[in-house]
Design a protein around this ligand. Structure first.
Ligand code: SAM
Length: 239
């Protein structure tokens, strides 16, 4: 009988570790552990994700470049940039001529991004090691702020979106085309194993409604994410 109990406890601990470290990637155990796990995975990350240039360009690079057609020099802040997947696809778009700031907490993810980016793009990107919970940028300072497949790993994903909106430039008389927010919310069965880190579509809409945003567009993307596009308005103005 005692053996059954021991086996049960070992299995339970194994399941909890699998949930916390593999499925949730350390998200409930603090940002330093998440970054450490990504540092360990950095060299294998692109192989695991199997990014295809065609799909990346079709679903990400081109839609973003099209939105930036009227401001092709716009600087993009890519929060939790990882190995630079957004930069790679956006730089491939001929209409985009701007610069990208790739920010991540995991230094080895940034090192892979820096190493693998094609040489002709290297003077158009800078990498910053920092935390998404406290972006080192002024309010209303950047025309594009993105964060892909990352909110669910932040200590406080809701604060993560608010931080992105804080630094995003609002639409104004001088900037009538506005800036763009681009982010993701995990969906599907794995999202259900990350309560408090992911939201249903209606919860996501309610969170976005509380922020000074307009033209909020939520689309299913890569089957396991909702992709959110939005523009910022000055607080108090109509959405
Ligand atoms: C799944 S990867 C996504 C990377 C990239 N955006 C992409 O779509 O391939 C998640 C990234 O979020 C970063 N990250 C997680 N928590 C972070 C935080 N609190 N601050 C900054 N980066 C964070 C990780 O280091 C990792 O590079």
């Amino acid at each position: 009988m005692i053996w059954l109990l021991v086996i049960f406890i070992v299995l339970l601990i194994g399941l909890i570790l699998y949930w916390q470290l593999i499925l949730a990637e350390g998200a409930y155990l603090g940002a330093p552990l998440v970054a450490l796990l990504y540092d360990w995975t950095a060299e294998r990350y692109n192989g695991i994700k199997e990014f295809s240039d065609f799909e990346e360009d079709f679903t990400l690079g081109r839609p973003l470049a099209n939105r930036l057609y009227v401001q092709p020099d716009a600087t993009v802040l890519d929060v939790a940039t990882g190995t630079g997947r957004l930069a790679m696809t956006l730089f491939r778009q001929p209409s985009y001529r701007g610069k990208i700031i790739g920010l991540d907490r995991a230094s080895k993810m940034l090192a892979v991004a820096r190493r693998d980016l094609e040489p002709q793009y290297r003077d158009r990107i800078i990498f910053i090691q920092a935390d998404a919970m406290a972006l080192p940028f002024a309010d209303n300072s950047l025309p594009v702020v993105s964060s892909l497949e990352a909110l669910e790993f932040y200590p406080d994903p809701k604060h993560g979106i608010a931080e992105m909106v804080r630094v995003l430039k609002p639409i104004s008389a001088e900037n009538p085309d506005g800036g763009w927010l681009l982010t993701t919310n995990r969906i599907g069965w794995e999202a259900k194993l990350m309560p408090g880190k992911t939201w249903s579509r209606s919860q996501l809409e309610a969170i976005l409604e509380q922020l000074p945003l307009r033209y909020v567009d939520i689309q299913i993307w890569e089957t396991i994410y909702d992709l959110v596009w939005a523009q910022k308005i000055n607080a108090g103005e109509e959405g």
